[in-house]
Each structure stands twice: as structure tokens, then as C-alpha cells.
Design a protein around this ligand. Sequence first.
Ligand code: XMP
Length: 516
Amino acid sequence: MIIENETILIVDYGSQYTQLIARKIREQNVYCLVHPYNKIGSKILKNKNLSGIILSGGPNSVKDKKSPKLDKKILGLKIPILGICYGLQLLCKEFNGKIGQSSSREYGHSLINCINQSQLFKGVKKNSQVWMSHGDHIEKAPNGFVVTSFSNKNIISSIQNKKKMIYGLQFHPEVYHSLDGNKILSNFLSKICKISSYFKLDDFLSNKIYDYKKKLNNKKVICGVSGGVDSTVTSFLLHKAIKNNLYCIFVDHGLLRFKESNEVVTIFKKKFGKNFKRVDASNIFLSKLKKIKDPEKKRKIIGKTFIEIFEKEAKKIKNVQYLAQGTLYPDIIESIPFFGGPTAKIKSHHNVGGLPKKMNLKIVEPLKELFKDEVRILGKKLKISSDLLNRHPFPGPGLAIRIPGEIDRKKIDILKRVDNHFINYLKKRNIYKKIWQAFAILLPVKSVGVMGDERTYSYSIAIRAVTSVDGMTADFYMFSKEDLTEISKQIISNVKEVNRVLYDFTSKPPGTIEWE
Ligand code: XMP
């Protein structure tokens, strides 16, 4: 029953595009895993399904003594290797080619001119546009390697050693601006790695259900649900496998969007009946957050209170052995400390990560191999409504981090109504789907206005709308003047407590998406 997929290993040297490589490979229905260059265990290298390896780009120069090195065991596997940017330079160094350092980076669009036949470039246009981002470049290809293309700045942009099955690209095929990038990756997978068994979400789903039926037979599992995509798909998938042995708990902190809490209850009651419980904890959360202004304190209080309440509720269900979590593959990749160095903590994320240790439960994470877009497709297969699946991301601490300063019930109520008018407008105008995340922020500022002949002194609202791929970086969305005018009108005419609307046109970085 279990189908083992042919796998591509992506070795991460710290490029901002590594996850993008993985997504592009998955888009071609090929299974892949990402491992930091210094954490490749022998287990993965011994995997008999390993069909190819991609060495990612990275911020270092191979000429620096301390720069990340190539794990020689990789070369010993005798399977196809594709080096991208830093990955190419590592291969070049390994085989005694010559690397040059330029004073300026080659960054942005470039055209490549293919001068020798390569399976990698089958079906690729003669002067194809690619995306470059590098300081170092190859001055002389290693012995045994052939140069297959040059860039229009006359820089070697690809090399290969067909016999050794080693290929290298100076540009980034995974980036959208490399117009034939998908074709090049697809050629690597099908023509060079000769992948023949494709990763299908239908198989994934039936395998998971089959596995959990066996593994969790007669065992009780609890799952915290929030109405978000990940926890909903997790619970629906597990329900297929273990039916009434799954118990879902919804800790309602009272900080969800307009009418969202009721929607969650309706969906889950219908699916899980008596095995679903909503715990109305808004009073507890609000009293603990009273007079708290500091964003980090707010986040910590919410995270801790959530765990306390969930734990208390879970204990009421006897003989539970497992806790289900909606962990996704990017969460796994990001939780591995890269280069062993500490990364600056920007915000304490609210999740249920602290629960299993505290409660002594085993964890089940049915989605831990998947990316968000795959989870949405799986959700569709599980017949979850597309409204829920395509909802913009929403942070665990909810509206509390969209009200800078102290929060109270009145402010939450104003923000819910403002946000609802804003989002409804985006949906009505078909802009919602073009935006990665949009929401309103209630500012702790009142200002003077005039409505009719009356003076007003009311709240100011900021609206935020960003485009992004994964939330790690983001660009503010460019509304037309007509849209901005209409959004402001809708909010002010419908929510009497507000008389001023501001637009947040900050990208990430330097801003973050949420205000706190
Ligand atoms: P920032 O504000 O860090 O947000 O740019 C990036 C993305 O993460 C979401 N976010 C959270 N999600 N728990 C979550 O589950 C949290 O504590 C949390 N804080 C921020 C945010 O909405 C955006 O999509």
C-alpha cells in the first residue's frame, strides 16, 4: 500500500530562495526534502529513493576560508547533482576550476546564450531571460566540464559534466524572472534524474489515512482547532482515519475576526458533533490582558493562557495519548537553526508548540511534509469550503496585536466591524485573491473631523494589505485612488467610532506584516 516516492534532496547553503526551489520541484509533482548543508544525516543519503541532489545558492563566497563546504559523501552517491549559484561555485572549486571575484555583483535580469547542447536546456529559448544574483563567477570551468552557456555580460552561466552527471547554473531557475526556469528544472528531474514516480496528493491522502488507521487504532487523539487552514485540514484528515476517537477543542479567546467564532462552531459541530467543544475563554483572556501595553507581553500572556486552558479542557477527556498539530514543512525547515548561529527574535509566535512536553502526549503531524498550497489542495479534496481554505493568514494572538496599546472589549468590537467592511470591499471588487493578507489596525489615536456640520473626535484606523509568497518578505499592495476612496468611505460611514483612515505603505523589511 505505501508508495515510496523518488526524492530530490535540496542542500541548503542559506539562500533566500531555497524554499522556492522546493516549491518549484513540488509543483512538478516531485517529492523533495530540504536539509541545511551541515545537517545532512547519513539516513537521507542512504535513502534508496534518492534520485538527485540540488545544491542551493547562498550568501557566502567559496573563496572565504570559513564558507560552507561541500559534503564529499554527496559526490560518492553517483546520482545527478545540480548546483545553483553558490552550489555551482562549490562544485567548480571541488573539481579545481577557477573562481573569480568581481567588485560588483551581477544582479537582476540577464540573457543566456546556449553554446553547447545540454539536456538541461531542451526546449529552452536561445536567448532566454534569467535572474542573476552573484558576486563570484567562474573564470575557468574545471577539467572534464563543458561550458554550456554564457550570459550577455560574457560570464559563464552554466557548465556540465555529463559523465559524472554534474550540472551547474550561475543563475536562479527557481525565480519567477527566469522565464524558462520551470522548463530547466523539469528537464533536470525528468531527463537527467529520470524521475518516473510522481508525488500525488491523492496518494498522499490515502496513504496517511491508511497509516493512521493502523497506528492510531483505538487510540484517542485531541486536536486544537482555530478555524485556520492548517488545523482544519489536520482535523478533517485525521477524522477520516479515526472517526470518533478524534476530539477537537476550540479555545475561543474572543479575538477572532467578525463572526468568525460562530462560523468555526458551525463547521466543526456539523463534522464532529459531540467530539467538538468550544471553550469561551474571552473573559479570561481579556482580564489577563487588562492594562498590558507591551506587544511581547501581550503575545506571551496569550500563548500561556491558551496552553493553560487547552490543557485543562484536554484533561477532561480520559485516556488521550496523542496531540495532533498542523505543522507544515516550512515550520520544520525554519525550526532547524541554520549555521548554528542565533537568529534575532523579532516576535514570540503563538502556537501550541509548548503543549506536548507539558502534557506528556505523543504528537501526530499529518501535514508536516507539505507546503501551504498543497495543504489547500488537500483541504479541497477533504471537502472543506473554499472560503475557509482561501482565507488570508491570521495570527494566533488575533486582534490583540492589531490594537497597539491596551485592549478592551469596545476596541475589539470596533476593529472587528472595520475589518469586516474592509475585507468585504476587497471581496466584492475581486481584489481579495490578489492580496496575500489584508486587515485593519485600530490606532490609539483620536483626531478631530467633521461630518455633516458636526465636529467629530474619533478613532483613527490604519489599513494594511500586502503581497507576499510566504510572509517572510512582503510588499504593500498598490490600491487605486478609487479603491482607497471607497474603502475609507465604507469604513467611516458604517463605523461611527472612526473618522480617519490611513494606509500603511511599508514593505517587509523594514516593517513586519503585523504591527505588534
Ligand atoms: P510578521 O508580523 O512577523 O508576520 O511579519 C508574518 C506572518 O505571520 C503571521 N503571524 C503569526 N502567525 N502566530 C501565527 O500563527 C503568531 O503569533 C503570528 N504572528 C504573526 C502574520 O499574520 C503574517 O501572516
